[in-house]
Design a protein around this ligand. Structure first.
Ligand SMILES: NC(=O)c1ccc[n+]([C@@H]2O[C@H](COP(=O)([O-])OP(=O)(O)OC[C@H]3O[C@@H](n4cnc5c(N)ncnc54)[C@H](OP(=O)(O)O)[C@@H]3O)[C@@H](O)[C@H]2O)c1
Length: 228
């Protein structure tokens, strides 16, 4: 399988890359801005390749070069995320912009670029990682308006895209995650210790990403043990 994972320099994305790399027939391209962290992965696993990539400033040419020679893409996990935590009256236009750039427009442009190769796969799956904060009817937390709205947009895109791509055999689903122990969560909620570890969540996402396309399409699934 040919796989692309965004946001693999740390947290859930890093664990996703490591777990998927155990299947030696997988070829995995990992993206993020931190080349040093990505290189640690590509130096450790011969089936992981890396590309320094800023979703806020997409570079289709460098991505095109990185996947040159790929005949298809089977799995795209839009995992990268940016969390701006500020109360609504403090949020500037630039905060909204960078939240949507990374959490929404980045995935949009990446999907558009990958689409021709996704359509060549017989079981293509796009998995968008959203958040319980962006899930309709869930509990909300102060300070997360820009983050949650951008994740909700990605969830809605998931539903729309699944409809548009259903005849091309490309399944599109979103997982709306609850709290997971990562640096993002620790930075946003210091002292809070969620019960879920990053590698546990990654294990679930890997299983879903590899098999869920057979059972789900256009779904935004809450992945949380707490009541929404
Ligand atoms: N942890 C939670 O409790 C939780 C809950 C709900 C949803 N989620 C979602 O799960 C996903 C993974 O979260 P996490 O907790 O593992 O977060 P994390 O530890 O902060 O990792 C986020 C990843 O996104 C990448 N990223 C951020 N800005 C980027 C940009 N401009 N261009 C490219 N990559 C960028 C980061 O890489 P660089 O800094 O190297 O670019 C990093 O690898 C995110 O989408 C997050 O919103 C997490």
């Amino acid at each position: 399988m040919n796989i692309i994972i965004t946001g693999a320099s740390r947290g859930i994305g890093r664990d996703l890359a490591i777990q998927l790399a155990q299947y030696t027939h997988h070829r995995i391209l990992v993206l993020s801005r931190n080349e040093g962290k990505l290189r640690e992965l590509s130096d450790s696993y011969e089936n992981i390749f890396h590309l320094k990539y800023d979703l806020g400033h997409p570079d289709p040419e460098s991505l095109g070069q990185a996947i040159q020679g790929w005949s298809q893409i089977d799995l795209l996990i839009n995992n990268a995320g940016l969390l701006v935590k500020k109360n609504f009256d403090q949020l500037k236009r630039s905060d909204w912009q960078r939240s949507f750039d990374v959490n929404f427009f980045g995935p949009v442009e990446l999907i558009q670029q990958c689409l021709p190769l996704l359509k060549k796969s017989s079981n293509a799956h796009i998995v968008n990682i959203t958040s319980m904060g962006g899930f309709q009817g869930s509990s909300k937390f102060p300070g997360l308006a820009a983050y949650s709205a951008s994740k909700a947009a990605l969830g809605n895109l998931t539903e729309c895209l699944a409809e548009e791509l259903k005849d091309d055999g490309v399944a599109v689903n979103a997982l709306a995650l609850g709290a997971v122990q990562t640096e993002m969560l620790a930075e946003a909620f210091p002292g809070f210790e969620p019960p879920m570890h990053s590698d546990q969540m990654a294990k679930f996402i890997v299983n879903f990403a590899l098999n869920g396309w057979q059972f789900f399409n256009g779904k935004v699934l809450p992945v949380s043990t707490s009541t929404p």
